[in-house]
Design a protein around this ligand. Structure first.
Ligand SMILES: [Zn+2]
Length: 190
């Protein structure tokens, strides 16, 4: 029985061959900025950490930007669209006028069954390890997801408008935890 499972596993094609990680914002676009912390800086650092963890697992991973530059949403999606079997993962940090709001949520494009599955795995891995409000998985008509042909999700990794969550998101140990859990979710999808 075990042998059969192993054989079945080896012939089954993997759902993806590479991951394109998209650090939200950049350059002239700070994203949200609270308590002196800019979203674009956090997303770039997190994306690089995710890339490293993925590569450590032998998975090909590319970034839509690797420096502090502005990239249009369509060009971000185009990086993923260049190659088949490519997962697209956009990372952001959230903000709200009501500073008491906190938590992590993951978005997929409405009607994308596979996007919802991947979003569910990523969100549940994050929710298992990180103590904050689990805001769940939600469909959203986000342009960057719409323009991506393959499976695509966008993770909002915490509210930097909440002082407690901002402090955590600004710490490198916490971004490492985020990276590891996001990769766990991607591996479950595989
Ligand atoms: Zn953002």
């Amino acid at each position: 029985m075990l042998l059969l499972w192993a054989l079945a596993g080896s012939v089954q094609a993997q759902k993806f061959e590479r991951v394109v990680i998209d650090p939200g914002h950049g350059g002239k676009d700070n994203g949200s900025k609270w308590y002196g912390v800019a979203e674009k800086t956090l997303t770039l650092d997190l994306a690089k950490r995710i890339q490293k963890v993925l590569e450590g697992k032998g998975i090909d991973a590319k970034l839509t930007r690797s420096t502090d530059i502005y990239v249009e949403l369509v060009d971000r999606a185009a990086v993923a669209n260049k190659t088949p079997n490519t997962l697209f993962l956009s990372v952001h940090f959230n903000a709200h006028r009501d500073r008491s709001i906190k938590g992590i949520e993951t978005f997929y494009y409405p009607g994308s069954t596979e996007g919802r599955v991947l979003a569910t795995y990523v969100q549940s891995e994050l929710g298992n390890r990180i103590k904050t409000r689990n805001r769940g998985v939600k469909p959203a008509r986000l342009k960057v997801l719409r323009e991506t042909k393959g499976v695509a999700v966008l993770v909002e990794c915490g509210f930097i408008s909440n002082r407690w969550e901002c402090q955590r998101c600004a710490s490198s140990w916490f971004r490492q935890v985020l990276a590891e859990e996001i990769v766990e979710g991607i591996l479950r999808y595989r």
